[in-house]
Write a protein that binds this ligand. Structure first.
Ligand SMILES: C[C@H](O)[C@@H](O)[C@@H](O)C(=O)CO
Ligand SMILES: [Mn+2]
Length: 596
């Protein structure tokens, strides 16, 4: 079995569709059966046409065997869903039904109700009734109904309803997919970074995930004892020689590593890449080689590598391993990216996972390093920041995990983009590699050497930066900033980049300012950011992150998403409707983490 087949062999959660109906027979129920089932079928088709699993296959839906008119049928549906691995439920109805008798009562399944907005048989009245039941029982549910009244005979799904069904389903699948999986901590706390103090209560109670831990000495054991696929290693080395451009060495010649050492490091970083992946997901090939236990892996959907300093003071750094795993391609071809956080920053790892599950694209991990205002840029370079950058830009840069997809060398309609792996062509993957040079690491910081991926992201890409923070007494909070990547003239970039570590990849990011709160200015965005790192996802996905956070009961403390795009469970409005941010905190605190 190929490693990618093996990786997704445990399958994916399905979406369960529950057509509910007015249970009274002798006319009423019978007259509604067809219309109700058709709503379920239309919902299933809509989802399967628009959403895909991480391996690129269409999302599967399961419809209850019968319409649900009362509790016996609700229970039969729950049984079917349990057998079919349903992780998300959508109740649909064109008519009045009996709220608490027909509702989905499973507290861990994200749930929504679509009530048909017609007046002959009031689906929207059921919607209101059942949502009040959900609020009363402490089971937050999303309410969906179209703005325009539809005729009873109209079988179409209005566009506003479509948008909400898709947003809900996308976030619900993310919740369901991560449940039961693991965060693999490779090493421990890096340089006192609090995000790498893995908080197992957070992963367990909010994400339903398990924490797995290995010591970095495991890499040494596997390298020394040959616990990796040697054939793959040969293939990978040949591919590296062909596709990875070694960049210039910035170290003083007196301390540069020898050519021999550098060549040895290439072999080590390739083995580290294989080993980290095998640690995360296992590898059937290892069982064939006699390593049955190692073949199992840690069932991880995200991991973090401490690296600095205990590893990097002696061994080559993790940059190649992290950057390659986070990219949508390697020597085995184009494939879904793995989520690996630099410096074992598990809280950045968590948002990388969110961004990845919502978009199926690779994520850029970066330090939120410097706010460069127009005045400072002018002073240092003489250059006047134009257009989207005029309010100032953030220098996103870090050794390590930035995906090579972040170069912006993939395109759609001539624009730079980052795509899900099944849309990426070999030519685009090659271009990402050509735009990256692997610079021998700065040995002042990384005594063991290694190779950092040096690239400059193309400008004009819509991007969303996010970050999870944990506050003692409050719990996790999410921050979101939508904006654009910015292209600076090469010579301007060089001056600014040379003030940092020019061997690292850079994305210049201009958050969209709204003139309010943390988005009063770009300086305020930086000044309010909760930690040293952010995860950057292609596209404006702030609204999807907000929906996902509300399912997990993680409040959002700053975002620049327009109010009309925000979609949260209906009960949130019972916590206040004027100040949505404050209401979100109250609602999340009230309901508490999803798996407590
Ligand atoms: C080389 C340095 O230690 C960097 O890795 C450091 O500035 C960070 O990335 C901190 O997040
Ligand atoms: Mn960092």
């Amino acid at each position: 079995m190929s490693i990618e087949k093996h990786r997704f062999a445990s399958g994916f959660p399905k979406i369960g569709i529950r057509p509910t109906i007015d249970g009274r027979r002798r006319g009423v129920r019978e007259s509604l059966e067809e219309q109700t089932m058709n709503m379920a079928k239309a919902t299933a088709a809509l989802i399967s046409e628009n959403l895909r699993y991480p391996n690129g296959e269409p999302v599967e839906c399961v419809i209850a065997d019968t319409t649900i008119g009362g509790v016996a049928e609700a229970a039969a549906c729950a049984d079917k869903f349990a057998k079919e691995n349903v992780g998300v439920s959508i109740t649909v109805t064109p008519c009045w039904c009996y709220g608490t008798e027909t509702m989905d009562m499973d507290p861990s399944i994200p749930k929504a109700v679509w009530g048909f907005n017609g007046t002959e048989r009031p689906g929207a009245v059921y919607l209101a009734a059942v949502l009040s039941g959900y609020a009363q029982k402490g089971l937050p549910a999303f309410g969906i109904y179209g703005e325009q009244v539809q005729d009873a005979t109209d079988t179409s799904v209005p566009d506003d309803v479509k948008g909400k069904i898709i947003s809900f389903a996308r976030a619900g699948l993310a919740v369901s997919y991560m449940r039961g999986k693991a965060y693999l901590s490779m090493g421990s706390v890096s340089m006192g970074i609090a995000g790498s103090i893995v908080d197992d209560s957070f992963f367990q109670e909010y994400l339903g995930m398990r924490n797995e831990y290995i010591d970095m000495s495991e890499f040494v054991r596997r390298i020394n004892e040959g616990i990796y696929d040697d054939q793959e290693f040969e293939k990978a080395m040949a591919w590296v020689k062909e596709n990875c451009i070694e960049g210039s060495d910035i170290n003083d010649p007196a301390i540069q590593q020898s050519r021999e050492k550098k060549d040895e490091n290439w072999e080590t970083v390739v083995k580290m890449t294989q080993i980290a992946r095998d640690l995360m997901i296992g590898n059937p090939r290892l069982a064939e080689l006699g390593f049955e236990e190692e073949a199992m892996g840690h069932h991880a959907v995200v991991s973090g590598f401490q690296g600095q300093r205990q590893w990097t003071d002696h061994f080559p750094n993790g940059d190649f391993m992290e950057a390659m795993l986070n990219s949508s391609f390697d020597w085995n071809g184009i494939r879904a990216p793995y989520m690996v956080a630099t410096e074992n920053d598990s809280l950045n790892g968590a948002v990388m996972l969110f961004g990845n599950l919502l978009t199926n694209t690779a994520q850029i991990f970066a330090d939120v390093r410097t706010y460069w205002g127009a005045e400072s840029v002018k002073r240092v370079t003489g250059y006047e920041l134009p257009g989207a950058a005029a309010n100032g830009i953030l220098h996103l840069i870090n050794s390590g995990s930035a995906t090579l997809d972040g170069t912006g060398e993939q395109s759609r309609d001539g624009e730079p983009v980052m795509k899900p792996h099944w849309e990426i062509t070999q030519e685009e993957a090659d271009k990402c590699l050509e735009a990256t040079s692997w610079r021998p690491a700065n040995v002042g910081y990384f005594r063991g050497g290694g190779y950092s991926s040096d690239y400059l992201s193309k400008g004009g890409m819509p991007m969303t930066m996010s970050r999870l923070n944990i506050v003692k007494g409050l719990g996790p909070v999410l921050q979101i900033a939508e904006g654009y990547s910015v292209e600076l003239p090469q010579e301007v970039h060089d001056v600014l980049d040379d003030r940092t570590d020019p061997t690292w990849p850079t994305t210049w990011f201009a958050p969209i300012v709204t003139g309010e709160g943390a988005f009063t200015s770009v300086y305020d965005v930086m000044n309010n950011w909760g930690a040293n790192h952010g995860s950057i996802s292609y596209g404006h996905i702030g609204a999807d992150l907000i929906t996902l956070a509300s399912m997990l009961r993680i409040p959002v403390s700053m975002h620049n998403v327009a109010d009309e795009k925000i979609f949260r469970p209906r009960a949130w409005s019972l916590f206040g409707t004027e100040q949505l941010e404050a209401a979100d905190f109250r609602a999340c605190t009230n309901f508490g983490p999803l798996y407590k």
